[in-house]
Design a protein. Structure first.
Length: 278
């Protein structure tokens, strides 16, 4: 497949791209960036100087793979994207990062191999967002309002010479009746958990040991909550997109749920979530 110089968008000298490279409105491509076949960039995508952007290699099942860079995403200078099928809307790839898998919407990734280090806000019109606020839950319980009814809950503590105890009761501290619980542990610090919303199920996340960051996202507002005490929980009502990341090595999460597992209750595709929550 032949290559050509990108001329339909704001592009610096030396940019090399194939004839099938598709670019939306408001994109920019830095000097000497290299774009491989099968790449599609939606509106307001920024590709930095000397970045390399490649669709995944063909496989025995898929003869020609595609890389979709969604609206508002930024690929930093000198970054290499090789192996991803989707760079999510508003995502930011830091300069020099090596991306070998999909990047979630609004995520900031860095390193080699790249991993999520934080999130950026959902900016209007698909423009690049800014780093989101991080709330340290023990210090700021009640001081911040989370999206769509999500909240940080501090449970009572009983302290005496024998140690400490915390508790919660339905219609007291717990905002819903519990029908299921599960534990999450042994998660590497660079891995993500969650990445979904529920249509009906309510959840409460507690770090019984260690620490974790919980992202709450209603489609327009994103807030990161850091929890590291066993009497602090993050309540996620239906139709809030939740992600758990930056786990410490000793993190054990207990998740209380209002409903038993039902695959149809999950929204795992972010674009579908945006359509339903809008």
């Amino acid at each position: 497949m032949g290559t050509g110089i990108v001329s339909e968008v704001s592009a610096d000298p030396g940019v090399v791209a194939p004839a099938d490279f598709v670019l939306g409105a408001g994109c920019s491509v830095g000097a000497y960036a290299f774009i491989g076949p099968g790449c599609v960039a939606e509106d307001n995508v920024q590709i930095g100087a000397r970045a390399t952007v490649l669709a995944p290699e063909p496989t025995s099942d898929v003869a020609a793979q595609r890389l979709l860079v969604q609206s508002g995403a930024t690929i930093g200078a000198g970054a290499v994207v090789c192996g991803a099928n989707v760079i999510g809307r508003g995502a930011r790839i830091e300069p020099g990062a090596v991306v070998t898998s999909d990047v979630p919407p609004h995520a900031v990734v860095a390193g080699n191999p790249a991993h999520v280090t934080g999130y950026v806000s959902a900016a209007a019109g698909g423009a690049p967002g800014r780093p989101i606020e991080m709330v340290h839950a023990p210090a700021e319980v009640g001081a911040v309002v989370l999206p769509n009814g999500a909240s940080v809950i501090r449970f009572p503590e009983v302290i005496d010479l024998r140690g400490q105890l915390t508790f919660g009761e339905v219609d007291g501290q717990l905002p819903f009746a519990v029908d299921r619980f599960f534990l999450v542990y042994g998660v590497e610090s660079q891995e993500l958990r969650g990445e979904h919303a529920h249509r009906r199920c309510h959840q409460l996340i507690i770090a019984t040991t260690g620490a974790v960051s919980v992202l709450t996202d209603n489609g327009s507002e994103l807030i990161e909550v850091r929890i590291d005490e066993p009497n602090i929980g993050v309540y996620l009502p239906p139709m809030v997109w939740g992600v758990q990341f930056r786990h410490t090595a000793d993190a054990v999460l207990m998740v209380l749920a209002s409903d038993r597992y039902d695959a149809d209750d999950y929204i795992r595709d972010y674009d579908e979530f945006i359509r339903e929550v809008s």
